[in-house]
Design a protein around this ligand. Structure first.
Ligand code: RVP
Length: 504
């Protein structure tokens, strides 16, 4: 006889938090969102901790190097997508690891022969007003000079005028060498009253630019996630087929943590992948596994040695697995079940295996609910796809800005690896869609707003950290009629675009 799970399969929107006692200490500024990323033994500290409980999804439309840097700056981590060749993925990991905070490699580099029209086109497309000039137009070519908005007047200058005619030439620029620290660069910027300092190597090649404003913002990032060499932390997705080739390349590139990316993780393929990693690297390579939706799946992966376990099948915004295959489980029910199993496993073995809730976060309050239900951290796709830093194009569709967002199981992602059964067989049907999401601006502003709400709700629950939230949270199921009561109702809204729609 088949197993029947008791109760229904619930989603986040069917729950609310009932406030607990709020003391005068419960203010957002006192709340810590630190959380373990990888497993640890009782009484010990995890080797990697996040400062915010957010990771970005292992997806082509989400986790490229730019988003990875922006998220690490806020205290979370990205998993670079694995649906590309091992070499390309390793190059992206390398790009994040070689990024020196405050030292910008400009993607708006000019050649001396380009024209004012080119400068204006780049300015309009990227928003950059300062552009370095190199002999061959590459960001690390022979440094020739710099163009800022002070160097030309659009109204007076001829658009055909060559860059070399109006740039500030290298001989007149204040520059510094590649061994200069960010602090010293900043002193040079202040002493010389300049806004941009080109960093040039001993052969005269441009290395990077330091901007006055970046130094200030770097100083105001208390949560940034750095390794012992002050490089940003970054994760990378792997699959259960080419790990023997991919993992060494990612480890070599400096990936801090890996994650087996699969829509269905309770499988021998995952066991074999984890075993191979342990045989070859012991515990030095951290690797998460998943996805599962019940206690049995969790225990299997924990026993196989996963460093964290990811929960969620079919709840992703672009995911149609449940429709296509009839497998999955409401994300809230799955998460509650798995988190209970994690706590039992900890009691029994003394090993705490963090749980990641993957997919299905629509509103900011869903984040707080998932954390209250027991998630140690959250994986988000749609949420991050909307930001400037995601790798996709921003388009204007019917007067509104949107960004593209497609599933890893969509035809567009070419069923690269996630939606197969391991081995070499690929599936012939899609499990994801190609879509647009509303453009939402810079990652930092959005993450700040979302987490301010999370912190504030935690205060309402009397919790100053995530462990306390899990312990003190009181959750209630809501009926469909009380869902209506929860939004603006029985009033005529003055502005249908107003901020009553808190979907993030
Ligand atoms: P969401 O944040 O709701 O957009 O969900 C993102 C998650 O959806 C991913 O982390 C992944 O688990 C899942 N996903 C990715 N591609 C697909 C698909 O094509 N079905 N699903």
């Amino acid at each position: 006889m088949a197993t029947f799970f008791e109760g229904e399969s619930h989603t986040f929107s069917e729950y609310l938090l009932v406030p607990g006692y709020t003391s005068s200490q419960n203010i957002p500024a006192n709340v810590s969102l630190d959380t373990p990323l990888v497993k640890y033994r009782k009484g010990e500290e995890p080797s990697i901790k996040l400062h915010i409980p957010m990771v970005s999804a292992i997806m082509q439309a989400v986790s490229g190097p730019r988003l990875a840097i922006a998220l690490a700056q806020e205290g979370g981590i990205s998993f670079i997508y694995g649906s590309q060749t091992p070499d390309d993925e390793a190059a992206m990991v390398r790009e994040v690891k070689s990024y020196k905070a405050g030292f910008v490699v400009s993607d708006s580099t000019l050649t001396p022969e380009m024209t004012l029209a080119d400068v204006l086109e780049i300015r309009d497309r990227t928003g950059h007003t300062t552009m370095p000039v190199t002999e061959d137009g590459t960001p690390t070519g022979k440094f020739c000079g710099i163009v800022t908005s002070r160097d030309y007047r659009v109204s007076r200058d001829d658009r055909g005028k060559k860059v070399k005619e109006f740039m500030t030439p290298a001989s007149e620029c204040v520059t510094t060498g590649t061994d200069t620290s960010l602090k010293v660069c900043n002193d040079i910027i202040w002493d010389n009253k300049i806004n941009t300092l080109p960093v040039v190597d001993k052969d005269g090649n441009l290395s990077s630019l330091v901007f006055r404003k970046d130094y200030d913002s770097h100083k105001s990032r208390p949560d940034e996630l750095l390794d012992e060499h002050k490089r940003y932390l970054v994760g990378a997705g792997i699959n259960t087929r080419d790990y023997a080739e991919r993992v060494p390349k990612l480890v070599d590139a400096g990936a801090d943590v890996l994650c087996i990316d699969s829509s269905e993780g309770y499988s021998e393929w995952q066991k074999l992948t984890l075993e191979w990693i342990r045989e070859n690297y012991g515990d030095s390579v951290k690797v998460g596994a998943g996805n599962v939706v019940d206690a049995e799946g969790f225990r299997f992966l924990a026993d196989c040695g996963a460093d964290f376990v990811k929960v969620g099948i079919g709840g992703g915004s672009i995911c149609i697995t449940r429709e296509q295959k009839g497998i999955g489980r409401g994300q809230a029910s799955a998460l509650i079940d798995v988190c209970r199993a994690r706590d039992e496993y900890f009691e029994e073995t003394g090993v705490y295996v963090p749980v990641c809730s993957d997919g299905g976060i629509v509103y900011d309050y869903h984040m707080t609910l998932a954390l209250a239900m027991g998630a140690d951290f959250l994986m988000l796709g749609r949420y991050f796809a909307r930001f400037d830093e995601s790798p996709t194009r921003r388009l204007n569709v019917n007067g509104s800005y949107v960004k593209e967002y497609w599933g890893e199981g969509s035809a567009r992602a070419r069923n690269w690896a996630r939606y197969d059964l391991g081995g070499s067989k690929k599936l012939s049907f899609v499990e994801g869609v190609d879509s647009y999401v509303p453009y939402a601006g810079p990652l930092k502003d959005n993450v700040d707003t979302s987490l301010t709400k999370v912190r504030s709700t935690m205060c309402n629950c009397g919790a100053l950290n995530l462990a306390e939230l899990r312990q003190k949270a009181k959750l209630t199921l809501v009926s469909s009629t009380s869902l209506v009561e929860g939004g603006a109702h029985d009033v005529i809204l003055k502005d249908s675009n107003s901020d009553v729609n808190f979907r993030s």
